[in-house]
Design a protein around this ligand. Sequence first.
Ligand code: FE2
Ligand code: FE2
Length: 189
Amino acid sequence: MSVDPRMVTLFSYYRDAELRGAGLLMRLLNHIPDPDSQVKLSLHLADETRHAWLWTKRITDIGGEPQQVGDGYQSRIGLRTVPRNLIDLLALTVVVEERAHQRYLDHAARPNVDKDTLDVLHEVTKDEKWHISWIKGKLDELAAEEGGEARVAAAMQKYREIDEQVYGSLLEKEREAFDGALAHAPATS
Ligand SMILES: [Fe+2]
Ligand SMILES: [Fe+2]
C-alpha cells in the first residue's frame, strides 16, 4: 500500500490536538478539586487520550508513522495567550472542544472520505457533545458568582477571536498541502 504523506500529516495534526487537549485537562485537574468535577475530568481525559490513540492507529493503518507537530492548533493558540486562571482554562477548553467537534463534522461531510477514516471521525465526534456541555456548566457556575458573568464573557470572546484566526491559518496550510482544496475534497484550482 502506498502511503499518502498528506493524510499522515493531517491525522498527525488531529492527534496532536487530542494530546494537547488532554494536557489542558491535566491542568484543570489541579484547579477543580470537587469530587464531581474530578470524576468527569477523569472520564473526559480518558476520552481524549483514546481519541489520540484512534488517530495514531489510523496513521499506522495507512502505513505511516505519527509525526511530531510543532505548529498545531493549540501550539498556535499558546503563542498568542496562556490561560492563567480557572475561567481562562475552562473558556479555552470550550472553544477548543467546539473547534474539534466542528472540524471533524466538516471533514466527515466532505465527499470521498474512506470508510475507515469516517469511522474514526464519527467515533471521536460522538464524545464531544458532553465534553462541551459539562465544561460550559462549570463556566455557568462561575458566571453566577459576583462579577463572574463579565469575566466569563470576556474570556469566551478572547478565545473565540484567537480560535478564528488560528483555525483560518491552519485551513490555509491544509489547502496548500492539498492543491487548493481540503483533504478529501476536489481541488478548486
Ligand atoms: Fe477529542
Ligand atoms: Fe473532547
